[in-house]
Design a protein around this ligand. Structure first.
Ligand code: PMP
Length: 458
């Protein structure tokens, strides 16, 4: 591979997702070349332990032969099949049947989208169809959480509540609202679980009242662990309480499991921790473990049947994409599901417990305010002053230092701004690999505090 040529062409032609265009031109890209297990190799031959599963998606690890073979066989047999005009394909049907069997509650139907943003976007369209079908079209407002991430389609970016997705983007739209994040570390109600839960339920009621009452509100959306907002794990009981509040208020409860699905938090779906039964649930990422693009919207019987029955015979429900239920992605999804069911979920749970123990030990580091984890998903929150929980000043450039030192020490993680390190290692990781990742993190953090400006601020 001619790295300088590729870096130069990348700089000139390729627009990268959610990145500083100027920064990208200055720094140039790291070109990833190959992967096996939890290890990536870049075009300079530098090996990296991938502690973030690509972008929280390669849950199986890289180079799984059964997955590659399933994709290859499907490409040979039938690389594409439309789902329009009454056509379907075998892998998509099998995948829909296997997934809905294991999905929570009455989520007996699935629409296959192209990724997570597109899955969320589809839910926003489906709830419009549903409210029209029920004869309640004025129920159009939706409520999400501050620090929530639901993708970057136009409407999804409005449901998202992270400043970078709103800047100059003319979102949120007037019918999109947000209530405070149930963040135990920074919640104004303090760290007490019951206080946070009560505050969230109250905030939902208050927001609905502000909008004009439940007759104007269609749905509440949440992630069960807020991923891109900084790996925020709500207190136990929070999701059940929010679901109960939604039922009482007669609004839909929609769960975004794009990150948390497919073993990331232990079970196949994070809903299983509290037997949550959402009205719709979005998935992507681990669905195909990143080997091909695919997302999904699980839909309850009630929503499906209402839209079906109230749409006049012969009239199409006008939502769809060329690549919905793509046979190659579906074949890959089936092979990936075999791996989850064949011991990968158990391995993730076992290794996740070790990761949690190692991370708890990191709490003593001068720069670490708190650590949190569930399964193979973790956050490390960095502070300059532990008792005041002061976030690092952006001028210290901690985010850039973390990424640079991480690369130099051969570990990959995600720096969210300057104050949270996110971890989401593949579920196939070994305990030794997690020790290597955590030892590497300590070295990286020690290097950060060795910087004179950071040392002075501490
Ligand atoms: N929802 C959540 C919770 C996500 O974390 C993401 C992606 N990180 C998305 C939606 C959007 O998924 P995609 O990037 O595949 O469009």
């Amino acid at each position: 591979m001619d790295t300088p040529r590729l870096v130069s062409l990348d700089r000139e032609h390729l627009i990268h997702p959610v990145s500083s265009w100027q920064g990208h031109e200055t720094n140039g890209a790291t070109i990833l070349e190959s992967g096996k297990g939890v290890w990536l190799t870049d075009s300079n031959g530098h090996r990296l332990l991938d502690g973030f599963s690509g972008l929280w998606c390669v849950n199986t690890g890289y180079g799984c032969e059964s997955v590659v073979e399933a994709g290859r066989r499907q490409l040979e047999k039938l690389p594409y099949a439309t789902g329009y005009f009454g056509f379907s394909n075998e892998p998509a049907i099998e995948l829909a049947a296997r997934l809905t069997k294991q999905a929570p509650g009455h989520l007996n139907h699935i629409y296959f989208a192209l990724g997570g943003s597109d899955a969320v976007d589809s839910t926003l369209r489906f709830i419009r169809y549903y409210q029209h079908a029920r004869g309640t079209p004025e129920k159009r407002h939706v409520i999400g959480l501050q620090k929530g991430y639901h993708g970057s389609s136009f409407v999804g970016a409005g449901l998202t509540a992270l400043p970078v997705f709103h800047r100059d983007a003319d979102v949120p739209l007037p019918w999109q609202h947000h209530i405070p994040s149930p963040d135990p570390y920074r919640h104004p109600a303090g760290p007490n679980a019951e206080a946070i839960i009560q505050a969230s339920v109250r905030a939902l009621h208050d927001e609905i009242a502000k909008i004009g009452g439940p007759e104007h509100v269609a749905a509440f959306y949440c992630e069960l662990v807020q991923g891109s907002g900084g790996v925020i794990v709500p207190p136990a009981g929070w999701a059940s309480a929010m679901q109960a509040a939604c039922r009482e208020l007669n609004i839909l409860f929609i769960v975004d499991e794009v990150i948390t699905g497919f073993g990331r938090t232990g079970p196949l779906f994070a809903c299983e921790h509290e037997n949550i039964e959402p009205d719709m649930m979005t998935v992507a990422k681990g669905l195909t473990a990143g080997y091909a693009p695919m997302g999904g919207v699980f839909m309850s019987n009630e929503i499906y049947e209402t839209i079906r029955d109230k749409t006049p015979a012969g009239v199409a429900v006008g939502h769809g994409q060329t690549y919905s239920a793509h046979p190659v992605s579906a074949a890959i999804g089936l092979a990936v599901l075999d791996l989850y069911e064949g011991g990968l979920l158990e391995n993730g749970t076992r290794v996740g417990k070790h990761l949690a123990t190692r991370l708890a030990g990191l709490g003593n580091h001068p720069l670490v305010g708190t650590t949190r984890s569930i399964g193979m998903l973790a956050g490390i929150e960095l502070v300059i002053d532990k008792s005041a929980k002061t976030k690092p000043d952006p001028k210290l450039g901690i985010s850039g230092k973390l990424s640079r030192y991480g690369y130099e020490h051969g570990i990959l993680f995600r720096a969210f701004g300057d104050d949270v390190i996110g971890l989401a290692p593949p579920l196939c990781s070994t305990i030794a690999e997690m020790d290597q990742l955590c030892d590497g993190l300590v070295t990286v953090l020690d290097r950060v505090i060795a910087d004179p400006a950071v040392a002075l601020a501490l």
